[in-house]
Write a protein that binds this ligand. Structure first.
Ligand SMILES: NC(=O)c1ccc[n+]([C@@H]2O[C@H](COP(=O)([O-])OP(=O)(O)OC[C@H]3O[C@@H](n4cnc5c(N)ncnc54)[C@H](O)[C@@H]3O)[C@@H](O)[C@H]2O)c1
Length: 334
């Protein structure tokens, strides 16, 4: 059995590899990472780490959006499970999103349909709840919480990252892909410690800055409402879907929980209190809109009913447990 992880040396990919290494069955599968090493120096230590932790691990430095790559074609043909977590998430607007997200999914689905998918048991692709960004202001007739039926026109997306995710979703839903065992996650913003952690996003950035004694300027304003999900819940959910729940095939799912979809002002007050009370830290932060700085205001309350009823996978981690673990690691008290 072979599991192919595209973009496997990123934040979510690194936790997926950790979770696979801890899994009684999957750890013995052939695990293959394809990653174009977009972020350079962080990648080599991950490669060495998982070569030592997983008995049958291989990795290839290549750009999966390039059609005609023989190595990638062979890996797709021989994989039982494929998880695509490739994107340039550090950059909200770059024309590389069209190449890496849209062309990437075109190349992957093209190979899956051309080569036949006899061996393929599951493919998971990741969209984002940021596709809901323009709904509040540009589609005021749609009442929150937003379900998967809401599909904003990519032309009104807040950035070309979200526009590219919306177009990629349409490719999966096209006639061409009918019958493929795919599930697309509209994933909430991820937080929490992982060996390949990203720092440049909301919760992680706030926690790391506070531990380092730095001020954080958070995007948007305190009244914005945003959904989050813990990194380990994200990775374990992906593994759970690999050999379970064929009823999720062909589906797009909002991934998160109502209790993890707070008003940002309330969330950061809670986290700041935890850092003060439990770690003696003095978090210093402000929201860009309040400070008069240019910022994108994204605010959306998401409906997770379909995920909860179809998958019934408990999201075990909350903001407090995730924050405690991350700050303990950063402060070296683990
Ligand atoms: N982290 C989040 O909060 C979040 C939320 C919603 C959706 N997502 C989506 O989940 C996926 C993973 O997110 P992440 O936080 O791990 O991102 P990340 O930026 O940490 O990792 C992405 C990885 O993909 C690789 N990559 C990029 N383009 C590639 C290409 N053309 N070929 C091969 N490899 C390529 C990069 O080198 C990197 O290692 C992305 O699709 C992202 O859009 C993430």
């Amino acid at each position: 059995m072979q599991i192919l992880i595209i973009g496997g040396f990123g934040y979510i990919g690194s936790q997926l590899l950790e979770s696979l290494a801890a899994h009684e069955t999957y750890r013995n599968y052939d695990i293959v990472v394809v990653d174009n090493w977009s972020y350079g120096r962080g990648m080599a230590p991950l490669q060495a780490l998982f070569e030592s932790r997983l008995p049958h691990f291989r990795s290839f430095c290549l750009d999966f959006s390039e059609p005609g790559d023989d190595t990638f074609r062979d890996l797709v043909r021989t994989s039982d499970f494929i998880i695509n977590v490739a994107s340039l998430t550090q950059v909200p607007s770059t024309n590389l999103h069209e190449k890496y997200i849209i062309d990437g999914v075109r190349t992957l689905t093209g190979l899956l349909t051309a080569e036949g998918s006899g061996r393929l048991r599951k493919v998971i692709d990741i969209s984002s709840t940021s596709i809901y960004g323009p709904v509040r202001t540009r589609m005021p007739e749609v009442a929150p919480p937003y379900s998967e039926q809401v599909y904003p026109d990519p032309a009104i997306a807040l950035h070309n990252y979200a526009a590219s995710k919306l177009i990629a979703e349409k490719i999966w839903q096209s006639e061409h892909c009918r019958g493929l065992p795919f599930t697309v996650f509209r994933l909430s913003t991820v937080f929490g410690y992982a060996v390949g952690m990203r720092y440049n996003q909301f919760v992680n950035q706030f926690l790391v800055d506070a531990a380092a004694g730095r001020r954080t300027v958070l995007p948007g304003s305190p009244d914005n409402i945003r959904p989050f999900v813990h990194i380990r819940d994200t990775a374990e959910l992906m593994l759970h879907l690999l050999d379970h729940k064929p009823e999720t095939n062909g589906e797009i799912l909002n991934i998160g929980a109502a209790r993890l979809n707070p008003r940002l002002g309330d969330l950061f007050e809670r986290l700041a209190a935890l850092l003060r009370n439990e770690f003696g830290l003095k978090p210093d932060y402000g929201f860009a809109a309040e400070l008069g700085l240019p910022t994108l205001e994204e605010s959306y309350q998401v409906d997770f009913t379909k995920f909860e009823t179809l998958v019934k996978f408990p999201l075990r981690h909350d903001f407090e447990s995730g924050a405690r673990e991350l700050v303990t690691r950063v402060l070296g008290r683990a």
